[in-house]
Each structure stands twice: as C-alpha cells, then as structure tokens.
Design a protein around this ligand. Structure first.
Ligand code: FS2
Ligand code: SF4
Length: 545
C-alpha cells in the first residue's frame, strides 16, 4: 500500500504498512482499485456526455465511491469489493449505451477502462494501480491533488444530493477530471488548470450544499449549545449528515431516549429546524479523534453518518452503528432509504433504552451559529467595530482537528491573539479553542463558528460582503488573515475553493501535504503565497506585522 492523502500520513511521507488512521493494507489497495475503476468509468462518461447520454446512476455511483475513500469513512473490505464489482458492471453498461447510440469505442483505451477480473483477483490487480504507478513525482502530485479535491467535492455533493439538490455540471466536471488523470499526454500546465478549476467547483458545490441545508433546515442562528448531559438513555450522532439526524430525531420522539451530537455534527444545533425537538439535548465531547474515550463514556449507542470514524475499541463496538458510505467490518450498518422511506433507526433506539445515561465529562455551553446569514444580520455592528478600531483583524482558523500533538499550536495561537481580533471558524478545528472563553468585543464573540467544514463557504461569503461594504477592490485588502488547519480531503477542496476566490497568503498546517511535490508546492507558493506554520510567536509577528 501507499497512501499519503491525509495530514497524519506516516512520517509525513506516506503510509506503507498500515494507515495511521487504521486502514489495513488490503483496504488501502482496494480503495486504489476503486478509484482506478472510477477513472475508467469516467472515460466512457465523458464520451457518453458528448453523445448526449447522461446516466444519473453513474453520477451517483462515482460520487458515493469517491466519498467512500475519504479518510476515516470506510474500512470494510467487503463493501469496497462490492463497489468495484458494481463499478465494472456500470462501466460495461455505459460502454454498451455508447455503442447503441452510434459511438465508436477507441481501440487504444486506457487499461482502467478495459480491465476486468473476478473479485478474488482484485487485490492482485490493485497492487499495480496505486498512487506510485505514476512515476513522475510532479505529475503524481498534481493527479493526487486533483483527485483529493474531487473527493471533497463528492462528499459535499452527496450531502446536497441527500436533500434532493444536485447540479449536473458538478458531476460532469468530476468525470472530466477523473478521466484526465489517466491521460499521459496531458501537459502539467493543463493539470494545474484542472486543479484550479476544481476550486471553482468547490465553491459551487459548497454553495449548493449551503442552499440545500438552509432551504431545508433554515439559516443557522446564534445558539448556545449545552455540553453537559441529562439523566436519560441517549444516542450519539456523529459525522455530517443532517438528514440522518432529522430522521433520528423524529424517530426518537416520545421514546424517552435523548439525542446528542459529536464532532462535526455540533453545528446541527444552530439550525432552527432542529430546535423544536425537546430530546435534542446538546453536544457530547470534542473532535473525531477523541471518540475512543468519549464513545466509551457516552454509554449509549453511537451512529456514524459520514467520515470521522476511527477503528472502534471492543468496549463500545457493539454500541456502534454506521450508515451511508461509512463502514467497518463487524459493526452494524443501517441500510439506505428504500424508495420514499426514511432510514430505520429502531434497532439503535431499542438498544439505547437498555443503556445507562451518558457519563458527564464537562458542563456549560458553547456558542455558535455564525454562518453568513447571522453574521450579515450583525453586519452593521461588525463594520462599526472595524471602523472604530475595536476589531483590528479577523483570523480565519477554519479546518480540521487531529490527533497529533503539534496541533496544540492552534489552541496556543488562539489564546495568544490580541484581544482586538476575532476568529472566524468552521470545521472541527474549532474544538482547539471553542471552550477557552476568549470573550467578546462589544457583544461580538471572539470566536465566530460558522458550522461544519463545508460552511467555510460562509466565511468566504462574509469576506466578499465585507469587501463590498468597505468598497475594496480585492478581498486581500481586508484585515483578514488565514491560518488554516487541514486533515483530510474535504479540507483540500476548501483550500482550492479559497484559492479560486482569489484569497492569497493562506498559512496551512500543522504540516504541508505530503502529496505536494517540491515543484507543485513552489507553484502554490509563487502564485498564491501559500505558507506553512512555524511557532505561535513568530507567526503572530508575520500576521500582525
Ligand atoms: Fe473535521 Fe476536517 Fe468535517 Fe473532516 S473539519 S476532519 O475535513 O470532514 O470533519
Ligand atoms: Fe495514512 Fe492518512 Fe492514508 Fe490513512 S488516510 S492510510 S493515515 S495517509
């Protein structure tokens, strides 16, 4: 195996024996083969589109399969094998549809578009199609940067899709870009162009998801979220899928079972639609990587709706459920919605009733809900505070949290910021400083949490609005600095989206991606001023200098 798609990759270069995330060698290899299969399907999907053939089941399959391979989503070998088998079948059907429509199948198709094997030979095939199959390190770097951006796009597209929002232009781009990664004649410049174009679609997909979420559940609003517990049995829901949460809340009404959020599900509390549920008690715990302790002390069942799963300990494995693209061998899985039906969470609710209430690990409240609509409602106050000098600078500290000790930097950085600065955040990075009581500036909290990682879109909308209000030509003239933490592939698309919007001088940490070759990193540094981080003191001097 060779995987270097996340920030925690072994030795900062690549996982080669087993994933730091817990992914086994065979699952890693099979995920590579699944991506390879998607690339082959995409070759036909591009040709089919030219003939006016667009197959919704192909779009959905590619989207869900990309999402399946995101870090901490699916560790289940059999699920990946089943996906590859389905992919080969869909690829063949698409090829037949092209022939039927009068298209000609090229004689020199890439192996990704022609290979086939029984499931028993997948692992053997997988060994030759991974990341290292591209020998030139710059081409490999660009292909992987693009592929990881596509994984992020696919994840956000899937959330929107679940709420019945979709955009065929996004699917067409995913297919075009996947097919392009097979093209050995494509010059590096064209690959750079596709990477930047991915940023454009990153903005579009986040806008689509924002529309899906806010139309369905209302605009997030200033909310105090309880972090203590009540004395009832309860279910913990993690991941990012709001539809799963909604159905769980409906199904737990009147059962005596409470519902708490974990990790990236925290921002669900900010949506008006979920406030009516009396049993929606609060948020339990912190970011994803602390689940091994927090799932244990929660005592009740836990449902993982999207990526953010770590291999479970035996102490809570029998209380753990996956759904959607998430999977882990030996962990119970809640099946997809059958036509027009909701998911069936009754098994989880029945188990919850037999479990003791959660053990309290903290008490109090955290404040959030500062997505674009809420911040723009406070725009006068914010603009006044900037004009009067009460707010000197904003720091966008969106992104991810993670296990590594070097992420303490972000807590220390937040604490060391001058009191006349405000942090704009989204994603699970906030857990490094959202309980530090950093105070407020004239009633404006010094940590403004917009929501999940996809709500980084809100931070861009806010920046563009401020640019307009202050009559500036360039978003980089605003008193906003970017100190972003990344972990997995959704953060990659958030970064590419910010670059597309013209944001310069983003600092990215705790380490730069291992998949950036020195030359590709140079392109990002020279064109966009991307930089890493060093230490709090020196970085503050740079930011405030
Ligand atoms: Fe946390 Fe980072 Fe949200 Fe992941 S914000 S680790 O991308 O999907 O979560
Ligand atoms: Fe390693 Fe990250 Fe890949 Fe897991 S996802 S195998 S930790 S690089």
């Amino acid at each position: 195996m060779f995987c270097f798609q996340c920030q925690e990759t072994a030795k900062g270069t690549g996982c080669t024996i087993k994933g730091v995330c817990g992914k086994t060698e065979n699952v890693a290899n099979l995920q590579d083969l699944l991506i390879y299969t998607l690339k082959g399907i995409s070759v036909f999907a591009v040709q089919a589109r030219e003939l006016g053939i667009v197959k919704p089941e192909i779009n959905k399959f590619i989207m869900e399969s990309l999402f399946t391979t995101i870090t901490n989503a699916n560790f289940d070998r059999s699920r990946i094998v089943a996906r590859i088998e389905e992919g080969l079948k869909l690829r063949d059907e698409l090829k037949q549809a092209i022939i039927k429509a009068g298209g000609t199948i090229a004689a020199d198709l890439h192996d990704a578009a022609t290979w086939t094997a029984p499931a028993g030979e997948f692992e053997q095939k997988a060994a030759s199609v991974g990341v290292l199959a591209t020998e030139n390190e710059d081409v490999r770097s660009l292909r992987e940067l693009l592929t990881y951006g596509l994984k992020g796009i696919a994840a956000y597209a899937e959330h929107a899709y679940t709420l019945a929002y979709k955009d065929d232009g996004i699917f067409a781009f995913i297919e075009k870009a996947l097919a392009a990664t097979l093209d050995n004649t494509l010059p590096a410049d064209a690959l750079v162009g596709l990477v930047l174009e991915a940023g454009k679609y990153g903005v579009e997909v986040m806008a689509l998801l924002d529309k899906a979420n806010t139309t369905t559940y209302g605009n997030p609003e200033l909310t105090k979220v309880n972090i203590g517990v009540r004395n009832n049995p309860a279910i913990l829901i993690s991941g990012h899928d709001l539809k799963d949460l909604e159905e769980l809340l409906i199904q737990t009404q009147g059962t005596g079972v409470d519902v708490y959020t974990h990790g990236e599900m925290l921002p669900a509390h900010y949506y008006p639609a979920f406030k009516k549920y009396e049993n929606f008690v609060g948020n339990y715990g912190n970011a994803w990587y602390k689940q091994d302790k927090e799932f244990e002390s929660f005592n009740g069942p836990i449902v993982l709706t999207t990526n953010c799963l770590i291999p479970p300990k035996d102490s809570y494995k029998d209380r753990l459920y996956t759904t959607g693209v998430v999977g882990f061998e030996g962990v119970k899985h809640i099946p997809e919605r059958a036509d027009g039906q909701t998911k069936d969470f009754s098994a989880i609710i029945a188990q919850a009733k037999k479990c003791p209430p959660p053990t309290e690990i903290e008490t109090g409240e955290i404040v959030g809900g500062f997505a674009h609509n809420q911040v723009l409602a406070l725009a006068d106050k914010v603009v006044e505070a900037v004009k009067s000098g009460a707010i000197k600078r904003f720091f966008v500290m969106a992104g991810c949290d993670g296990r590594m000790k070097n992420r303490d930097y972000y807590a220390n950085f937040a604490e060391a910021l001058p009191k006349d600065t405000v942090i704009l955040t989204a994603g699970c990075a906030k857990y490094k400083y959202n309980k530090l009581n950093l105070g407020d500036i004239g009633g404006i909290p010094r940590v403004l949490d917009a929501g999940q990682c996809n709500d980084s879109y809100s931070l861009a909308v806010i920046a563009l609005k401020l640019k307009e209000v202050f009559g500036l030509e360039d978003v980089n003239q605003l008193p906003i600095s970017y100190n972003i933490a990344w972990y997995e592939q959704k953060a990659v698309i958030v970064l590419l989206a910010l670059l597309y919007l013209g944001v310069k001088n983003i600092h990215l940490g705790p380490t730069l991606p291992a998949f950036l070759s020195p030359n590709v990193a140079k392109v990002l540094v020279e064109n966009f001023g991307i930089a890493g981080i060093t230490n709090v003191e020196d970085d503050l001097k740079i930011f405030l200098g």
